[in-house]
Design a protein around this ligand. Structure first.
Ligand code: ADP
Length: 398
């Protein structure tokens, strides 16, 4: 068995999964939430069983100890299934990290050097790495970066039209995100289509709470909708996506909002949440179905932005072999899939309404047999991709 422990350490949470990278079989997964609080919540899953507990967890070290305790109490025995590698999700790798990287002290320093570009995420990722390296001291650790897949973007795609010297000095450019998911889904799509990825033009729509598109040509990312940070692009659960930057000047002057308030406003109180009061697409859809005009209006804005990007990316790619939906909304919302591609028969896109309406966790085609561009739904699996890339980085076949 090729067992990996995958760790995703956030500012107040620790997500983990123990899995077999060769088969994709998940042995256990868990989430420690509200780290730093007196009533932190731990959920540990093994098979169909779920164990929940509450206790004070003051830092990531304590969260890791609770995770190890959960393995001990509820299984599986982590010594019997000891991981051969620990894979860490790291949000920002800048331009320095173009692929999965085995972690040593210098890599830790380099991730630390990128903190100004991801001030909330990279410190939390580093906290998880430091604790995990202490606990699993004899096991190799690998960092898998959300940005790595997009280091193939051209300057034309990733440079903003601002003073070049200022941009260079402060490392302002598009880095993108969700790269692990986009890469995984693009590779799965090629397998599904029985075609080499080198020959394919793919448009991947990762639409969850966070959302981004990626144009993939020959297996390389050539354009993506998140920017220097994950705020740019599509309308998301709580993020605004694109807006005129002058909105910030206006709100600062007229509403008296400071920089940190504007950051919170656009990242945490906008998107579907700002428009409707809920960031959950299920709520918004069911309210719209019941005739709620506010919810319907929000969906219209959401879909309009998606269609705008789909058109733009098809132009950049010069057509596509397949459009692929993934993540919470993409995998589950037939409404968003149908409306975002509606009326595009002239482009060679034909959705089959019955296939689109089918509920399934499987990889599937939702376009008609005669559609020139295939439309697929492919469930993402970032943990499996991190596990596989971690084995790749240590030179061991999973
Ligand atoms: P994250 O970006 O946090 O990983 P997910 O990929 O899990 O998010 O996606 C979460 C989103 O998926 C939520 O907005 C949720 O409402 C949406 N979603 C889940 N199931 C459905 C469904 N059946 N119909 C519509 N939206 C759904």
């Amino acid at each position: 068995m090729s067992i990996a422990l995958v760790v995703n350490s956030g500012s107040s949470s620790l997500k983990y999964q123990l899995l077999d990278a060769s088969t994709g079989q998940m042995l256990a997964s868990g989430l420690v939430e509200r780290i730093g609080e007196e009533r932190a919540v731990t959920t540990h899953r093994v098979g169909d069983e779920k164990f929940r507990s509450e206790q004070p967890i003051l830092d990531h070290g304590a969260a890791f100890a609770v995770m190890m305790g959960s393995f001990l109490t509820h299984g599986p025995d982590i010594n019997a299934h000891s991981p051969k590698v620990v894979g860490h999700r790291v949000v920002h790798g800048g331009r320095r990290f173009v692929g999965p990287t085995r972690i040593d002290d210098q890599v830790e320093r380099d991730i630390d050097d990128l903190v100004p570009l991801a001030p909330l995420h990279n410190p939390a990722n580093l906290a998880g790495i430091r604790v995990a390296r202490a606990v699993f001291a004899d096991v190799p650790h690998v960092a898998v970066f959300d940005t790595a897949f997009h280091t193939s973007l051209s300057d034309a795609s990733s440079l903003y039209a601002i003073d070049a010297e200022t941009a260079r000095k402060h490392r302002v450019r598009k880095y993108g995100a969700h790269g692990t998911s986009h890469k995984y889904v693009a590779a799965r799509a090629a397998e599904y289509l029985h075609r080499p990825i080198e020959d394919l033009k793919l448009l991947v729509l990762h639409i969850g709470n966070g959302a981004s598109l990626c144009a993939v040509e020959g297996g390389r990312s050539i354009e993506t909708s998140m920017g220097m940070t994950p705020l740019e692009g599509l309308v998301m659960g709580t993020r605004s996506g694109d807006l005129d930057p002058a909105v910030l000047f206006h709100l600062s002057r007229q509403a008296g909002l400071g920089i940190d308030e504007l950051d919170t406003f656009l990242n945490r109180r906008s998107g579907l949440l700002g428009l409707t009061g809920s960031n959950d697409m299920r709520d918004v859809e069911s309210r719209a179905e019941d005739g709620d005009q506010v919810a319907r209006g929000a969906l219209d804005i959401y879909i309009h932005r998606l269609r705008h990007y789909i058109g733009a990316y098809l132009a950049l790619l010069g057509g596509a072999d397949a459009i692929i939906f993934t993540a919470g909304v993409g995998e589950n919302s037939q409404l968003v899939r149908a409306e975002s591609l509606e009326g595009m028969e002239w482009l060679g896109i034909e959705i089959d309404p019955e296939r689109n309406a089918e509920r399934s966790d499987e990889e599937r085609r939702i376009s008609t047999d005669s559609s020139k561009i295939e439309v697929l739904v492919i469930p993402t699996n970032e943990e499996l991709e991190i596990a596989r890339q971690s084995f790749e980085a240590i030179g061991v076949e999973a």
